[in-house]
Design a protein around this ligand. Structure first.
Ligand code: DC
Length: 227
């Protein structure tokens, strides 16, 4: 692909394959990749580990400066991992505890404000694939390419279950499905930056298409803009 760098925003509900697609797409296009959900998860982990009363907004505001997030490539891994205050928390942020609380934490506007600012700084130079819930609506409303991913709930639950199994976490399919439905509801109905499809987004339903085809679809659309 030519030199013009663009921002590719990928939004969608949990488990519709955003991360796998965005990661591989970024690699193939030689773009940066940012998992904004990992940032909300890391903030949630910090709140859990430090028993922070997140409902006390005044206290929370002071504590926000203690949360330092970085994405670092480790020798053992091919991809970037998220570090919270110098500790690699890539595995910890995927725990059941964090998954259960993260939608509650990501509703809080002062947290969103801090993380959106970081996301804009990271994506400033373009040449990035950023995935989340509000990338096309809030973080980069001028992104050149906006993709909204969706998939059948049963397919999404099975995919998430596999991810839990990969990191050795025992959880039932029913539990995973319930957590997804609960988060779908919270992420789509919150006041600040709910998940929404913008009129200029392209819908990509991943229920029955392969990862390779998903990437080909996005790359084809990107080429139309870049060339
Ligand atoms: O993509 P994920 O499932 O790892 O995201 C975890 C949570 O973070 C999700 O339930 C909602 C929140 N999130 C958000 O509010 N805004 C984003 N841009 C990304 C994630």
């Amino acid at each position: 692909m030519k030199n013009k760098k663009i921002i590719i925003a990928i939004d969608g509900l949990s488990g519709c394959g955003k991360s796998s697609t965005a990661k591989l797409l970024a690699k193939e296009m030689n773009y940066k990749y940012l998992d904004s959900g990992a940032m909300y998860r890391a903030a949630t982990l910090y709140i859990i580990e430090n028993s922070i009363d997140y409902k006390n907004l005044k206290k929370l505001k002071n504590i926000l400066d203690e949360i330092r997030l970085e994405f670092i490539k480790e020798n053992t891994s091919d991809s970037y991992q998220i570090f919270l205050n110098n500790k690699n928390v890539e595995k910890k942020i995927r725990s059941k505890k964090v998954s259960e609380l993260v939608s509650e934490i990501s509703k809080i506007s002062i947290i969103r404000k801090k993380l959106v600012k970081m996301q804009r700084t990271i994506g400033d130079n373009k040449g990035i694939v950023m995935e989340g819930r509000d990338i096309a609506t809030v973080v980069f409303p001028d992104a050149e390419l906006k993709i909204f991913m969706q998939a059948d709930i049963n397919v999404r639950a099975k995919r998430r279950l596999k991810e839990f199994e990969k990191i050795g976490k025992k959880i039932s399919l029913k539990e995973v499905k319930l957590n997804l439905l609960e988060r779908d509801n919270k992420d789509s109905s919150r006041k600040d930056s709910p998940l929404k499809i913008t009129s200029d987004s392209l819908i990509l339903d991943t229920t029955s298409i392969s990862l390779k085809d998903q990437i080909e679809f996005i790359k084809k659309e990107a080429k139309k803009i870049i060339n």
